[in-house]
Ligand binder design. Sequence first.
Ligand code: ATP
Ligand code: MG
Length: 642
Amino acid sequence: MAERANLNDPTAYQLALTDPEGWWSDWAKRLDWFEHWHKVLEWEKPYAKWFVGGKINACYNCVDRHVAAGKGDKVAWLAEGEPGDLRVFTYQDVLDEVQKVACAFASLGVQKGDRVCIYMGQGPELTLAMLACARIGAVHSVVFGGFSSDSLEERINDAGAKLIVTADGSWRNGKVVELKRIINEAIEKGCPTVNHVLVYERIGQPLAEGAAAYDRGTWHDGRDVWWHEVVGSTGTTYPCEPMDSEDLLFILYTSGSTGKPKGIMHTTGGYLTGTSATAHAIFDLKDEDIFWCTADCGWVTGHSYVVYGPMANGVTQVLYEGGPATPEKDRYWRIIERHKVSILYTAPTAIRTFMKWGDEYPQSCDLSSLRLLGSVGEPINPEAWMWYRDVIGSGRCPVVDTWWQTETGAIMITPLPGMTTTKPGSATRPFPGIYATIYDEEGQDLLEKHGLPVGGLLVLKRPWPSMLRGIWGDPDRYVKTYWSKFEDAYFAGDGAKMDEDGYFWLLGRVDDIMLVSGHNISTMEVESALVDHPAVAEAAVIGKAHDIKGQAISAFVILRAGNQPSPALEQEIKQHVAGKIGALARPDDLFVVGELPKTRSGKIMRRLLRDVAEGRALGDTTTLADPTVVRALREQYEDREG
Ligand code: ATP
Ligand code: MG
């Protein structure tokens, strides 16, 4: 295994440390540039320019160059819809289609630099729309096709989008998400910059027998345009615009777990270098691989590891439109079996859900094609890590737990398969070329000061090619959020520990870390101890204001199928935590609940649980996947507290 991995030379770490610019330019040289850069890096903290003066096009690198190299017949996408429909696109097909889409965009007045909002289900048209923007030099702003009209309106107006690309609907969990109707609603709230809405007919009429009716939204002549009426009829060839390395490629709004969404800006050359390098090295992409990243393109993971990273490497991928339980809870495993997926990249929230559903689902499918497993989005607790490796990977596939953010653009801390000895629950080491360390509140580098092991605030000390270049429309917020807490480092907002081997253990957001009787306790550690109890499927922990201790620990848990809540079980679970971590971490309160409030990307919103526990009005709930969950939880909480 080790000798066959794409990146298998342990001296890479040292090499990248001593000559980061040389390291990154070697990766940049794997891309096709129209004009070579004249300077690798210009760094005026906190503003970075990478590959200065270089001219490049992201679509060209993801599509055209593979066709030019004779790989036109290679399958790019195995696109499976939720109802089971399958469409196969070769790289040649993608090249043909993306040019038609680019022509259609141009016919609707889109030019270089314009913003295009994309609001669709996960499928080939979403990806084509992103690549078509890149081809023209327009800036895409993808909004997850599940956000409400309020969230949508806020994002459309913040970006000043000229064109919206959507569909009549998309399939999710057996139902139609009424995308076009929701777009209408958003525009009615006032979106003055929008000239056109381009609508792909995904669902069509009449509907399949037995399917529930859905509302396609009123048609606005002049504004609304059918995809099939303009894509193909307005031209079939469109050249790739040579973009400056530092031209904007996209804006992506963070999910907003912590407050008002920020339009994170990513530029072209550096972003493509970071995503293509990490995809190649961490997922060890080979010509024969079938790669499946389950993230939707509405999140950064979909941008970096569905579109730009894998496609720049010319890999074959699965694109899946829908939910994991449709028609049955074995859907993911059926997809892996059907398409012989060799690399799977998914999120801990999904893994924990699959654990809750039971082993019989994966065990009824042939998963022998898998050779590598990845995790992203949250800290993965050791129990879920072991389950993922043993039940999904049969104990033979390396697991790469990858830490990164919308802001970092590409994976920052991760094992390298074939090189890193993993530890369950640790993201291990920074990718070569990334300099991560731990600071205290005063900005002292604890690693330098004390040596290993250390715990505190995770920072990145050197610029990296795929770093964010700013926040759209709010330059001050960029400096304030990321570069003002510490003078000489990017503050990620997350807490972490480094163990005696120098491995990183992510502890979650700093805002989520509790201070109990003067001790920092991470919500992540207590949650890990909770789900380690055999009756607990999922857990969320918060610190609730307490007169004496400062904060007291409240735990919200979901039980595994077959367990009933009882005072005895609650005591037993609390005791389990005390046994694992220490008496200090024993939760004061423990609530058995049916659901936890999560963002649409599946992350627990502890901020809202704190609001519930401290009896405050609920903060912003627009990014919640299901707002009824937190309301039900509040009622249950108040009943019990009396
Ligand atoms: P917002 O910034 O708007 O609140 P968000 O932080 O959830 O939203 P993302 O950029 O998608 O949006 O998520 C990045 C965060 O996810 C990281 O800062 C970290 O807290 C968490 N995270 C991602 N991957 C991992 C991982 N492998 N281990 C631990 N935490 C992770
Ligand atoms: Mg964040």
